[in-house]
Write a protein that binds this ligand. Structure first.
Ligand code: HEM
Length: 410
C-alpha cells in the first residue's frame, strides 16, 4: 500500500478506531512521507519534536484558511478556534499565552491537588453505590467526563450546576480538530461553539460586575487593562481552555484505565506503590495518546527526516505514531512504565506545548492511584466502544464493574 492509500485508511472509520497499523505502514516508508499534493505525514519522534519547535512551522493563519476553507469566517466553531492561542502565531500567540500562563504556575497547579482528590473520591463513591451488586457502570459517563470538567470549571470559576452543559457542547465543538470534517459535523460543531461563546459572554459580564478569584476574572482584567486581549480573543481563549482541558483529560482517564485493567500485574504494582504514578501516567500518555495529532504549515522550504517540505506544505505531526517510534522506544507496543526514557510527545512541544500539561498529569496521577486503591476489584465488563475520532482518541463508553469500596487510607 502506498503512503496515499495508507493515509486514506488512517482517515477511514477503521483507521480512526485503531490508527496504529496505519502508522506502522507509513513508518515503513520513512519518518516523513508525502501522502498527497502538498501534504506530508510525520511518524518519527525526533522529526515531530524538531518540527514542532521550528519557528518556520506555523499554525494555520488566516491566509491559509481563506485558501483552504473560505467559509471559515462564517463558522462559529472554526473562527473561535482560529482566534485562540491554539491557532495563533507569534507575536499574538506569545501575548495571549503569557496572559493565560499566569494562572498555570506550578504552585497553583499543586494547590489543585486537594480539589482533584476530593472530586475523585466523590465520583468513586457515587460509582460504588451505582454499581452495587455487580451492576455495570460506565466509567466514561461516571468518572472520566465529570472529573476533568469539575477541575477546569473550578479553575475558570464556572458554577458547579452548569457543568453538565459542557460535555455535549465541548464534544460537538472538538469535531473541528479532526484533519477531515464533513459538512454535517461542522454544523454540529458550530452549534456547540455558539452555545459555549454565549455561555462565556455571560460569565465574562458577571465577572466584570463582580470579580472572583478565578481564571476568567484574571483574563477579563487582562482585557480591560488595555488592548492586551481583544474581546474576541478573550472569549476564544476561554472556550479553548475549557475544550482543551476537558476531553483530552477525559481520554487520558478512559484510555489509561483500559490499559491498566488489561495489565493487572502492572496495575497491582501501582496500587501498592503510588509513588510511581508519574512514570505510569507518562507511559499511559505514550502508549495510547489522548491527542493523536496536530498540524503545521511550512512558511518556507525546509528539510525533515531527509525529505524536502516545500513552502506552504501542510504537515500532519502524528504524535501517537511518534510515541511508538521504535528508534526511541524499544518494543513500543508494550506497556512498560519502567522505560528508561519517557517524555512522550503527547502534550506537543515548542511554543504551543500544552499549557495544562501539569494539571492533566496531576489529574491522571491522583485519579489512577485513588481508583486502584479504593476500588481494588474494578474490572472491565462488556465491550468498550471507541469514539470515531482520530485527533482526540478516546472511548464513548467503558463499562466496568466496581466491586467493594475500600476505605480511604490517608
Ligand atoms: C495545547 C494535549 C490537557 C490546555 C495542547 C497541545 C497538545 C495538548 C498536544 C498542543 C497542540 C499543538 O501543538 O497544536 C493535551 C493532553 C491533555 C491536555 C493530551 C490531557 C491529557 C490540557 C488541560 C488544559 C490544556 C488540562 C487546561 C486546563 C491547553 C492549551 C493549549 C494546549 C490552552 C494551547 C497552548 C498554545 O497554543 O500555546 N494540549 N492537553 N490542555 N493545551 Fe493541552
Amino acid at each position: 500500500m502506498d503512503p496515499a492509500e495508507t493515509f486514506a485508511t488512517l482517515m477511514s472509520p477503521e483507521g480512526r478506531l485503531d490508527p496504529y497499523p496505519a502508522y506502522e505502514r507509513l513508518r515503513a516508508h520513512g519518518p516523513v512521507v508525502q501522502t498527497g499534493p502538498g501534504v506530508y505525514a510525520v511518524t518519527g519522534y525526533p522529526e515531530v519534536d524538531e518540527l514542532l519547535r521550528d519557528p518556520r512551522m506555523r499554525v494555520s493563519d488566516d491566509q491559509w484558511r481563506d485558501m483552504m476553507l473560505p467559509q471559515w469566517r462564517d463558522s462559529p466553531a472554526l473562527s473561535t478556534i482560529a482566534r485562540s492561542m491554539l491557532e495563533t502565531n507569534p507575536p499574538d500567540h506569545s501575548r495571549m499565552r503569557r496572559l493565560a500562563a499566569g494562572a498555570f504556575t506550578p504552585r497553583r497547579i499543586a494547590a489543585m491537588r486537594d480539589v482533584v482528590a476530593a472530586q475523585a473520591d466523590e465520583l468513586i463513591e457515587a460509582m460504588a453505590s451505582a454499581g452495587r451488586g455487580g451492576r455495570p457502570v460506565d466509567f466514561m459517563a461516571d468518572f472520566a467526563y465529570p472529573l476533568p470538567v469539575a477541575v477546569i470549571c473550578a479553575l475558570l470559576g464556572v458554577p458547579a450546576a452548569d457543568r453538565p452543559l459542557f460535555r455535549r457542547w465541548a464534544a460537538d465543538l472538538t469535531g473541528v480538530l479532526e484533519p477531515e470534517i464533513t459538512w454535517d459535523e461542522l454544523v454540529v460543531a458550530d452549534a456547540g461553539a455558539t452555545e459555549l461563546v454565549g455561555y462565556f459572554t455571560e460569565l465574562v459580564a458577571a465577572r466584570r460586575r463582580r470579580p472572583a478569584d478565578d481564571l476568567t476574572t484574571a483574563l477579563v482584567q487582562a482585557h480591560d487593562a488595555g488592548d492586551r486581549l481583544t474581546g474576541d480573543e478573550l472569549l476564544a481563549n476561554l472556550v479553548v481552555l475549557l475544550v482543551a482541558g476537558f476531553e483530552t483529560t477525559t481520554n487520558l482517564l478512559g484510555n489509561g484505565l483500559a490499559v491498566l485493567l488489561a495489565h493487572p500485574a502492572a496495575a497491582d504494582v501501582l496500587r501498592r506503590h503510588p509513588e510511581h504514578a508519574p512514570a505510569y501516567v507518562d507511559e499511559l500518555l505514550r502508549y495510547d495518546s489522548p491527542v493523536q495529532l496536530t498540524s503545521r504549515t511550512s512558511s518556507e522550504t525546509l528539510r525533515a527526516g531527509g525529505v524536502e517540505l516545500p513552502a506552504g506544505s501542510w504537515v500532519l505531526l502524528l504524535l501517537g505514531a511518534a510515541n511508538r517510534d521504535p528508534r526511541r522506544y524499544p518494543d513500543p507496543a508494550r506497556f512498560d512504565p519502567w522505560r528508561a526514557l519517557l517524555s512522550p510527545l503527547s502534550f506537543g512541544a515548542g511554543p504551543h506545548y500544552c499549557l495544562g500539561a501539569g494539571l492533566a498529569r496531576l489529574e491522571g496521577q491522583v485519579a489512577f492511584t485513588r481508583l486502584l486503591h479504593r476500588l481494588p476489584a474494578l474490572a472491565l465488563s462488556g465491550t468498550p466502544r471507541r469514539r470515531s475520532r482520530l485527533t482526540l482518541r478516546g472511548y464513548e463508553t467503558l463499562p466496568v464493574t466496581v466491586g467493594e469500596l475500600a476505605p480511604v487510607a490517608d
